[in-house]
Ligand binder design. Structure first.
Ligand code: NDP
Length: 508
């Protein structure tokens, strides 16, 4: 295939020079501080190679100080004791500040992650709404009561903030993912230590600036910059941390469960996925193809929800593949700072090699690369770009059918019967999301019941709402974010039993 068959967006020098290089520091106990060691590291744009940020490299000392600050701030009640309504007002103020700063946040999100600017702006807008949704929950922290325990007993179930929480986030949706955690933790009355991925620290630091501007008391939210080792490790083992909420790879998620076991912390995990979409013969193939192309190339496929595993009925496989390949050629990919771009750069050279390894491996095992299958250099850009790639004739035992590629790569498998399709869906170790395409509501409902997944989409893909919980089963995670569950994760349950009057002796 010639790359002329693809819709390429070249780089523009004008758009690349607008941003100042940021100097990023830790937020600990309300102060912006450098690392005690004085060490820093750099983040360069994955699309142009330009320097975006110089980042303080935190170590054990910064992690310890941040945890101690969060502990003090929780224990003295400066945040947990104020009414939920006041916490709600604060969260709404942050949402307004996010809106006011949307363009700046989106610019740095794009520069550090390589995602398209229009998409980044939509994500920041969506994140502000999540802060507003979390504010509604802060008004509504309610427990329960039990008034049928006999005449001399009343039971109450209280909901209390769990305490100090460690929030660890990845590089693929830095601002959105911290916004799925922090406002809910704050709504509950918790205090937090936040660690973004070392590749995408900038927008978490900008969020910290907005928290300070909105008047968050010192120590309630702390940010430590640097690497999983040693900061993440300290945040998951320290006895003063009560809970860990993590989004990232399943391998690190498992390591976190092991690390937290010694102090038996609560753990909430949003991990990987190998998300199937099943296309039945009666599906609207045009709509399905459009959603498939969106589902696999969105965020260059660097997305836990990537719809990367197509399971199509063999009667319509060729027709669907033709449509998907034709649409894939039209997807504008290239310069993330161009507003037309829909697929941007790959986060790092190492990650691009990993993506390519999966495609080459599948080809060696007999799969057919219908489109793409290689990195590509784009005029005016000095970064990593991977062609939209469609791999057909994939069989269930191939690595590309089971493992998270985390790139713009679609795998297509075929099936003959409903049972066979469900067996393929549920054969994966992951269980994040699944989709079904059929005009028959009975097929959709039966699929929704039988698919092992935290979210099932019928005749659509990757819609998301703050009101609806999100999370995975099996090796895709533990717990749920968003919806009412979003705040419940950060609340502990306390049972209070009250004797009424002195009508009865306790024992003897
Ligand atoms: P990781 O899971 O390696 O990292 C996610 C976060 O955890 C980062 O902030 C990282 O820090 C931190 N971390 C790393 N090791 C530890 C540890 N032992 N204890 C505590 N925190 C730790 O994801 P990557 O960003 O490296 O991506 C690797 C792969 O993970 C991807 O290829 C993809 O398959 C998957 N992934 C899945 C995501 C999802 O949403 N499900 C999101 C992102 C990635 P640091 O990297 O700064 O050292």
């Amino acid at each position: 295939m010639s790359t002329h068959d693809l819709t390429l967006i070249a780089g523009s020098a004008a758009t690349n020079n607008e941003a100042q290089v940021l100097s990023l520091r830790h937020l600990i106990d309300g102060e912006w501080v450098s690392s005690a060691s004085g060490e820093t590291f750099e983040r360069r744009s994955p699309s142009t190679g330009q320097l975006v940020s110089s980042v303080a490299k935190g170590g054990m000392a910064e992690a310890e100080q941040a945890i101690a600050a969060a502990r003090r701030a929780f224990d003295d009640g400066r945040w947990s004791d104020i009414p939920g309504a006041d916490r709600a007002k604060f969260l709404n103020k942050v949402a307004d500040l996010i809106d006011e700063n949307r363009a700046r946040i989106a610019l740095y999100e794009t520069l550090e992650s390589g995602k398209p600017i229009a998409q980044a702006e939509a994500e920041i807008q969506g994140a502000a709404d999540i802060w507003r949704y979390a504010a509604t929950l802060a008004w509504n922290i309610r427990g329960d009561s039990q008034n049928a325990l006999g005449p001399d007993m009343l039971g109450m179930v209280l909901k209390e903030p769990i305490g100090v929480v460690s929030l660890i986030t990845p590089w693929n949706f830095p601002f959105l993912i911290i916004s799925q955690k922090l406002p809910f933790a704050l709504a509950a009355g918790c205090t937090a230590v936040v660690k973004p991925s070392e590749m995408t620290s900038a927008t978490t630091v900008i969020l910290g600036e907005l928290l300070v501007e909105a008047g968050l008391p010192a120590g309630v939210a702390n940010i430590v910059l640097g690497y999983g080792d040693p900061i993440g490790a300290m945040m998951t083992t320290h006895p003063d941390v009560d809970m860990v909420s993590f989004t990232g790879s399943t391998a690190v998620g498992k390591a976190i469960v092991a690390a937290t076991a010694k102090t038996l912390k609560k753990v909430s995990l949003e991990l990987g996925g190998k998300n199937p979409q099943v296309i039945f013969p009666d599906a609207d193939l045009d709509q399905a193809a459009d959603a498939i192309v969106f589902g696999v190339y969105f965020n260059a496929g660097e997305c836990c929800n990537s719809g990367s595993r197509i399971i199509v009925h063999e009667d319509v496989a060729d027709a669907l593949n033709d449509k998907v390949v034709a649409l894939s050629r039209k997807v504008p990919f290239g310069d993330p700072l161009n507003r037309e771009t829909k697929v941007g750069a790959i986060i790092s050279p190492e990650h691009q090699s990993k993506i390519d390894g999966y495609v080459k491996g599948a080809a060696r095992e007999g799969a057919e690369v219908l489109l793409g299958g290689a990195a590509i250099e784009l005029d005016g850009l000095d970064g990593q770009f991977y062609q939209p790639t469609v791999v057909a004739s994939v069989t269930p035992e191939m690595a590309i059918a089971n493992e998270e590629v985390f790139g713009p790569v679609l795998s297509v498998l075929t099936f003959k019967t409903f049972e066979e399709a469900i067996a393929l869906v549920n054969g994966a170790s992951y269980g994040l999301s699944a989709g079904v395409w059929s005009e028959n509501v009975h097929t959709c409902l039966e699929f929704a019941r039988k698919a092992q997944a935290g979210t099932v989409w019928t005749n659509t893909w990757m819609d998301g709402f703050p009101e609806l919980p999100f999370g995975g089963v099996k090796e895709s995670g533990l717990g749920r974010e968003l919806g009412h569950n979003g705040i419940d994760e950060f609340l502990e349950t306390k049972t209070v039993q009250m004797r009424i009057g002195k009508t009865r002796q306790m024992w003897v």
